[in-house]
Design a protein around this ligand. Structure first.
Ligand SMILES: Cc1ncc(COP(=O)(O)O)c(C=O)c1O
Length: 498
């Protein structure tokens, strides 16, 4: 039998695809997505793009745009806040979108309220500014939270609640279950306690156990589940999991429209939120003389001003698009492609035997999604900077991300950055930016904390991930100094072209 060197993937796409199908036969059950890509996402291949940033933003189908444009072209819509015919026509579609969001996430208007926001951050901010944090209460975060969740700690701290982080384990970047159990046990159930964690990490792709929701609630916590990175490849079943709050950005699920997210809130818990202000649309009545107001009920109390109403029908169009494909089909495709990427990346070796890449997070498919963060190393073990990888990828028309992806806790844990170092840097590098941090940490510890993130999604195909692995192969046996020169040449060429 011919021996295959696992560190050298088959040099031809067809051969690699055959081997991939042998390892991941269920990929064939997702063939409908190849057809869909040809029919509805043709611009990807026409423009030779390898799109690997689904955690940054999803992609939309031509038909979503067509349906939405037709709706706008053939109707007259007014601001939904009044009772004239054009307003009522819009109100009907806004309420239809709201009802469909509830149906999609398997719940009812009796149980949950859908509050439309600008994005997931807007949904998270609503909870942060309105949650009754107070002395004696607690705000518990996961070290894997996105900055839009981390930011809530400023509200909690300002109102005297204790702020704590549940740590992650290395190298898998999963929640440390025993540390978490100790932290959860500290809540005084007579106070207001909020626990916020992501259903899926936007850094490592880890899926955190949704069983934590019931566990935390039983110990006196309200639970905020950030679903922004989870929802594009999983459907949150609200009836089953019942978080108090769940945050979403719709463009991450189906690409279009941007500018719309949602907070889904359990009615029972929503009642304890206290809005710090009111605005047009959020009140029943206001008096300037008496300086009094009565807040509206339900979602109306939380949607400040006019919602992004013309875009809301596009939310229903997008969710129906996902429904037609089937989230299970999307998840299966993502699982197969992620598995192959992990297989290949963990096997990549320089000729001297050194690993070329290190995965930050699980190297297996166990409880993880299609977001993969990694670092590349040269044959001497020196890190290849994220900036170099990003620029070379751009030259190969590969869209990926580098940095810390607004998730500092996962990065700090994976790169083993101690609290003392981070405190020292924040004390002494006033106004520092991420690039300064990368430089200072490199000088201090010789690690490059700017990681590379690739994420697969709805219409990723095998050719996309194959091209990324070919690209990664380009780092074999090349010292970092080589790349600096190459990046400079690319930069000069693109300046000339401009
Ligand atoms: C896990 C997670 N939470 C929250 C957000 C914030 O989403 P948005 O920027 O759409 O508000 C993101 C964005 O990447 C995310 O990945």
């Amino acid at each position: 039998m011919k021996e295959i060197n696992p560190s050298t993937p088959p040099a031809d796409l067809a051969g690699a695809y055959t081997a991939f199908l042998a390892a991941y036969p269920t990929f064939q059950t997702t063939a409908v997505l190849d057809e869909l890509r040809r029919a509805e996402y043709g611009r990807l291949d026409a423009q030779d793009h390898v799109y690997l940033d689904y955690t940054g933003g999803g992609l939309y189908a031509d038909s979503q745009i067509d349906q939405h444009a037709a709706l706008l072209r053939h109707n007259v819509f007014g601001n939904p806040h009044s009772h004239n015919p054009t307003s009522l026509a819009m109100t009907e579609l806004v309420e239809r979108a709201r009802a469909y969001v509830l149906e999609y996430f398997n719940t009812t208007a009796e149980e949950y309220v859908v509050i439309f926001t600008a994005n997931a951050s807007g949904a998270l901010k609503l909870v942060g500014e309105s949650y009754p944090f107070a002395s004696g209460g607690r705000f518990l975060l996961a070290a894997d939270d996105h900055n839009s969740v981390n930011g809530i700690r400023e509200y909690a701290r300002a109102r005297g609640a204790a702020v704590q982080y549940a740590p992650l384990t290395t190298p898998e970047l999963r929640l440390d279950q025993s540390a978490l159990a100790r932290l959860l046990a500290q809540a005084d159930p007579r106070r207001h306690n909020l626990f916020a964690f992501p259903a899926q990490s936007n850094y490592s792709g880890v899926k955190h156990p949704l069983e934590l929701i019931a566990q935390a609630r039983a110990q006196g916590w309200d639970v905020l589940l950030d679903c922004a990175a989870f929802a594009p490849t999983n459907r949150l079943d609200l009836e089953r999991w019942r978080p108090d709050f769940a945050s979403f950005s719709f463009y991450k699920i189906f690409g279009y429209p941007t500018g719309v997210g949602a907070l889904l809130a359990r009615r029972a818990t929503l009642a304890k939120l206290q809005r710090p202000w009111f605005a047009g649309g959020t009140v029943k009545i206001v008096s300037t003389k008496a300086q009094r107001h009565f807040l509206a009920e339900g979602e109306a109390a939380f949607e400040d001003g006019t919602v992004n109403y013309l875009m809301l029908p596009a939310v229903e169009i997008g969710l129906r698009h996902i429904e037609r494909i089937g989230i299970g089909t999307i998840a299966e495709r993502v699982r197969c492609l992620t598995g192959w990427l992990l297989d290949q990346l963990t096997e990549l070796r320089h000729s001297n035997g050194r690993a070329m890449a290190q995965i930050h997070g699980p190297a297996s498919l166990e409880m993880r999604g299609g977001t993969l963060t990694l670092s590349f190393f040269d044959p001497h073990g020196a890190p290849i900077s994220g900036q170099i990888v990003e620029q070379l990828a751009a030259a190969a028309r590969i869209s990926l991300r580098t940095g810390c992806f607004c998730n500092p806790g996962a990065g700090e844990t994976s790169f083993h950055l101690p609290t003392a170092l981070m405190t020292h840097l924040f004390d002494h590098a006033d106004g520092m930016q991420f690039a300064d941090l990368v430089q200072l940490v490199y000088e201090e510890r010789g690690v490059d904390v700017s990681a590379v993130r690739v994420s697969v999604g709805l219409v990723t195909n095998f050719a996309d991930v194959y091209r990324f692995i070919q690209f990664a192969n380009g780092f074999r046996d090349r010292p970092t100094a080589d790349f600096s020169a190459e990046v400079l040449t690319h930069r000069a060429n693109s300046r000339d072209a401009a």
